[in-house]
Design a protein around this ligand. Structure first.
Ligand code: 2P0
Length: 352
């Protein structure tokens, strides 16, 4: 008997230009393009195994060993349905000898190998790994950008985790979502000197989920309209150029400015949303001072901070600066309650 089973994994990504707001909540079409760095480390990944079998009576999913409901019309159901559609159209309709896997139910098991204490969003790596494993199972002859159209419908940021290195999610303009997809800006090998340091400030569950928070921002923030119309389009061009030219000063300036503006639009939401805490803000002050001293000495920017929908800092820096940054962070923020729980070094480094 043939066993139809495949395993794939996908890493976490951290945005430099933030996605915040949808113009279509069902198809998950964003109000602006975004750009991220995929953290290429073995210990921050989701790994998913999918199996199709004619004896299965319904689609089922287990997350970290616990069964999760696949709600009708929900994001998981949409991704599975769309992958089965691709299997039928791209494989079974073209070669009628192929087994009709699109008609079988699937069982899916997914694990995150990073501690939930890291406070990192798992939906991006999770949906990217799910779509990758089904693509292997179904032997789909399609590109990562095509798969990104489907992982996007699981979680917006998941479309960017299908590529390594520097990745853009082009917002697109078609109401069907057919051009809202991820593309590679540059592979990690283009600029391997950039490292990322994750400083876990708090592992508390965040108060406002990204999904509901961003739609409140769309509905109530005037500043968001300025951001999506007048700011992000130019920033996308400028940061792509900076990445291609390995211009760290520009990369750092844009990354920090976009983190600041994302948190400003969160604050401009009614009622306001606060994701950073006092420790987050103190880390910003330290990085700003570190850069100021370096700029005054004529050596340019040394590090860039960015914060997602939570208080944890991600610091991008050239490899040569990482040791120094870790040293002063540990000095300023000794490991204690309400301070760092952990510091991770990514892009070749491991846990410090
Ligand atoms: C990002 N975030 O670009 C931004 C920055 C959070 C802050 O993508 O509703 O979990 O599943 O599409 O992808 C978080 O949004 O939201 C996010 P859904 P998602 O990384």
């Amino acid at each position: 008997m043939t066993v139809y089973q495949a395993t794939a994994s996908a890493p976490v990504n951290i945005a430099c230009i933030k996605y915040w707001g949808k113009r279509d909540t069902k198809l998950i079409l964003p109000t602006n393009s975004s750009l991220s760095v995929t953290l290429d480390q073995d210990h921050l990944r989701s790994t998913t195994t999918s199996r199709a079998d004619p004896s299965f009576t319904r689609d089922r999913l287990w997350l970290n060993g616990k069964e999760d409901e696949i709600k009708d019309g929900g994001r998981l159901a949409t991704c599975i349905r769309e992958m089965k559609r691709l299997r039928k159209e791209e494989v079974e309709d073209k070669n009628t000898d192929e087994p009709k896997l699109s008609t079988y139910s699937v069982h899916i098991c997914s694990y995150n190998n990073f501690p939930t204490a890291a406070g990192l969003a798992s939906s991006a790596s999770g949906f990217a790994a799910l779509v990758s494993s089904l693509a292997h199972l179904y032997q789909l002859p399609v590109s990562a950008s095509t798969l990104s159209l489907i992982s996007r419908q699981g979680s917006g940021s998941a479309c960017r985790s299908l590529f390594g290195g520097f990745v853009a999610w082009q917002m697109g303009s078609d109401p069907s979502g057919s051009d809202s997809l991820a593309v590679e800006v540059a592979p990690q090998s283009h600029w391997p000197d950039i490292h990322a340091l994750i400083c876990v400030v708090s592992d508390d569950k965040k108060g406002t989920s990204s999904t509901s928070g961003m739609q409140r921002t769309v509905e109530t923030s005037a500043l968001l309209q300025h951001r999506i119309n007048n700011v992000v389009p130019q920033r996308m061009k400028d940061i792509e150029k900076a990445i291609l030219e390995k211009d760290f000063d520009t990369f750092a300036r844009i990354t920090m400015a976009d983190s600041n503006q994302f948190h400003a639009v969160a604050l401009d939401t009614e009622p306001p949303i606060f994701y950073m805490n006092d420790v987050s803000r103190a880390i910003i002050a330290v990085i700003v001072e570190y850069n100021r001293l370096s700029i005054e000495a004529g050596t340019g920017y040394k590090a860039a901070y960015t914060y997602d929908a939570g208080p944890n800092a991600v610091i991008y820096a050239p490899k040569a600066n990482i040791k120094e940054i870790v040293e002063f962070i540990v000095t300023y923020f000794p490991q204690e309650e309400n301070s760092f729980k952990d510091v991770f070094s990514l892009f070749g480094g491991g846990r410090l």
